[in-house]
Ligand binder design. Structure first.
Ligand code: DC
Length: 230
């Protein structure tokens, strides 16, 4: 009998984790939880309160956490789950560069990680979730029935991210080399962070999507989910 399992998806930036996680959740009728959005939501809230300007006032940021309520609300009309912080939809703000340029620093703070890990575990309590991030298999849901580690070659990831930025009609002129350099920096920060660095756990299945399309990846992941009991 199929049961509602937990699926953890981790991997480097720009490997298509969220696209895959969303598609997989939709196919299985599961809930998708974007943990990166939660780190971004905290960063945005701290910026709004003046806690981050040219540096982070760490004590004030940690204190702020007890005032925050984070939840995802599904909007059926657009088939999308948006992050709300204290009942405000922050989705329009958290993908901007202003947030992106500070979020890795915020994600290094152990108190922030502890706070979010607890919130994420509560969200996954009910089963039937696909959660993506960097520490899902290793820390948040070590008992997840299926763990997927996503990767792709650095050249392909840079090319995809570059394309995405072009399509966004971004005002900033960035070169492919800038994008590649930014990815190298983020990979370094993600894998060398002292608290909960990105790792491929031994029990995770490796999905290298350098040379396969979205449908092919989804088919692989769905087969793994079935094998894991979904
Ligand atoms: O996946 P993303 O780009 O939205 O993630 C934003 C940042 O948060 C990125 O610096 C990595 C960090 N992050 C993390 O440390 N742990 C997670 N579970 C998810 C994201």
């Amino acid at each position: 009998m199929a049961k509602r399992i937990s699926i953890a998806i981790d991997g480097y930036s720009s490997t298509g984790k969220s696209t895959m996680a969303k598609a997989l959740a939709r196919k299985l009728g599961y809930r998708y939880i974007d943990t990166g959005a939660m780190y971004r939501g905290i960063t945005y809230s701290a910026q709004e309160r003046g806690i981050i300007s040219s540096s982070i006032a760490i004590d004030a940021l940690v204190e702020m956490l007890s005032d925050l309520t984070l939840d995802f609300r599904y909007d059926e009309s657009v088939e999308r789950s948006d992050l709300f912080v204290n009942d405000i939809n922050v989705e329009p703000f958290i993908r901007k560069n202003k947030v992106a340029s500070w979020v890795s620093k915020v994600a290094e703070i152990s108190e922030v990680r502890r706070y979010l890990v607890e919130a994420q575990r509560k969200m996954a309590d009910v089963g039937g979730v696909v959660m993506d991030g960097r520490d899902i298999a290793s820390v948040v849901l070590p008992q997840a029935e299926l763990k997927i580690f996503m990767t792709a070659s650095p050249e392909i990831r840079a090319q995809r991210r570059f394309q995405e930025l072009q399509e966004k009609d971004s005002k900033e002129a960035v070169s492919l080399e800038d994008v590649a350099e930014n990815l190298r920096e983020r990979d370094y920060l993600d894998t060398h962070r002292e608290d909960s660095p990105l790792v491929q756990t031994e029990d995770a299945r490796l999905l290298d999507n350098s040379n396969i399309n979205m449908d092919e990846q989804l088919e692989i992941a769905l087969n793994w989910a079935k094998e894991a009991g979904a």
